[in-house]
Each structure stands twice: as C-alpha cells, then as structure tokens.
Design a protein around this ligand. Structure first.
Ligand SMILES: [Zn+2]
Length: 259
C-alpha cells in the first residue's frame, strides 16, 4: 500500500487505492447482486470455506478505516482464520478476473473524477463556503458489484458503485467527502443536507445540457421528507452570499448558531 507521504503529493484531492483485502471483504455479503460471474464464483467459493462469510462484509462496513485496513492483524471481533480465508480466495482463478474488473472500474472513476475536478471543486466551494484546496482523501476502490459508497472516517472512503455516468461518480464521491464535514445526527438532518448539496444541487449544476430540477430529490428515499422540509430555507441559502454549510446545518437542526 502507498504511504501517506505519497498521498500528500497527489494533487487530485483523492488518492485511489486498490487494496486486495478490502476488495474481497466488501463482497462478502448476502445482499450482493452478482452481475459479474467472477463475483458469483468467489461468493460460492467463500461460502464453502466459511458458511458465515457474510459476517466479513458487515464487519468491514461497520469499521473505521484504520481498523479495517488492519483486518489481518486480528482486528477486534474478526475471526482468527481470516488471513487464510483471504489468501485462499486471493489465489483463486476468479479473483484475477475480479482484480482486472476492479482496476478497469478504478480507472473509470479516476477519469470521471479528474475530468470534473476543477469545476466541481469551484462549485462545491461556492455552495458550502469551504476551501477544499488542501484536503486529501484515500478512496478504497472495490468491485462495482459491491454497490457501496461509505465514508470510513479519517479521510477515507470506501467506493464500489457501478453508477454508469461520470456525473454520478463525481457527485457520489463529493457526497462521501461531505460526510467528513457534516456530522451524523440521530434525525438524519446532516445526511439530508449532504444530499441537497451533492446529489441535488451539485448534480443540477453539472447537468448543464439537460433539464435537471429537484424535487423530485436524488438520494435516499427515506430522506426525501426531510429534504422537502428544508427546501424553502435551502433555496434562500443558495441565493445568499458568504455561505457556510455548517451554519445552514446548525440552523436546520434548530439550534441557531452564527458560525
Ligand atoms: Zn451518505
């Protein structure tokens, strides 16, 4: 794996990493829809090795980044046979196929991200009032069949989502980046704010040649009601100068605040 020092030299804000253990673990879930026959084959092999293999995927998704990357070191709650389980799967024929599919997917994500980087960074700074100039994130890329996008803490993102279009990749990655800024709260207000910023407003501004309006909202259906409630204030916010997304978030929580 590349060192943090190398990451800092990356000027594209995101450092895309293909970690073989993360690739395998992220697919060890019962709810995976295998579009790739290699994914179906490795799931089949894995369930013969360990009938409870589904726990490894859940373990990964529940974990903070640094802990997850240490899975072979006997991370908390993971079974001791894990290194051998991973080695066996990583020696399999289908793993080679998964690896090349994931590499290709990673190249596509990187291209989409970098093509839109300058424009989306300017737009995101305008919408949020945040200077993203010095931010660096690690993006652990996994197979698109994993259908996962998750902020793992410590400026690390887990990403394996087969969204077809470049705009979806950019807005999706910005969504995960915003999780490092806006905290999670019990009412999901923060998550709804993140979706207004990225999946809706950023996507709308990127879709210059198409009619893209909201509502209907992009993002989780379960957050649609909150976004609808926030919409009148959100529209006023978007027209204001000197924006601060954290101020908007705190006001949305009902606490007021001026910072
Ligand atoms: Zn999210």
């Amino acid at each position: 794996m590349e060192s943090l020092r190398n990451n800092m030299a990356n000027t594209s804000m995101l450092n895309f990493i293909l970690n073989p253990d993360v690739l395998v673990l992220s697919l060890m879930r019962r709810d995976i829809r295998a579009n790739s026959s290699a994914v179906a084959a490795i799931l089949d092999r894995a369930s013969k090795l360990d009938e409870n293999m589904g726990q490894f995927g859940s373990w990964l998704l529940d974990r903070a980044a640094d802990d997850a990357m240490d899975c072979r070191m006997g991370g908390e709650g993971i079974f001791e046979g894990l290194p051998e389980f991973l080695n066996t799967l990583q020696r399999s024929r289908e793993y080679g196929v998964l690896l090349s599919q994931t590499r290709r997917f990673m190249e596509g994500c990187k291209r989409a991200w970098e093509t839109n980087l300058v424009g989306t960074t300017a737009t995101m700074s305008e919408i949020t009032g945040i200077d993203f100039g010095k931010s660096m994130f690690r993006v652990y890329i996994t197979h698109p069949d994993a259908e996962v996008g998750k902020y793992m803490g410590s400026n690390a993102i887990l990403w394996g989502n087969g969204i077809a279009c470049d705009i979806g990749i950019s807005t999706g990655l910005w969504h995960e980046i915003m999780h490092s800024v806006v905290p999670a709260d019990a009412l999901n207000i923060g998550h709804a704010v993140i979706e207004l910023v990225t999946d809706n407003e950023l996507a709308k501004r990127m879709n210059k040649h198409q009619t893209f309006t909201y509502p209907p909202f992009r993002g989780w259906g379960r957050l649609a009601e909150i976004k609808q409630e926030l919409l009148p204030k959100w529209e006023i916010y978007l027209r204001s100068g000197n924006k601060s997304i954290m101020r908007f978030y705190r006001e949305s929580l009902g606490r007021g605040g001026t910072g």
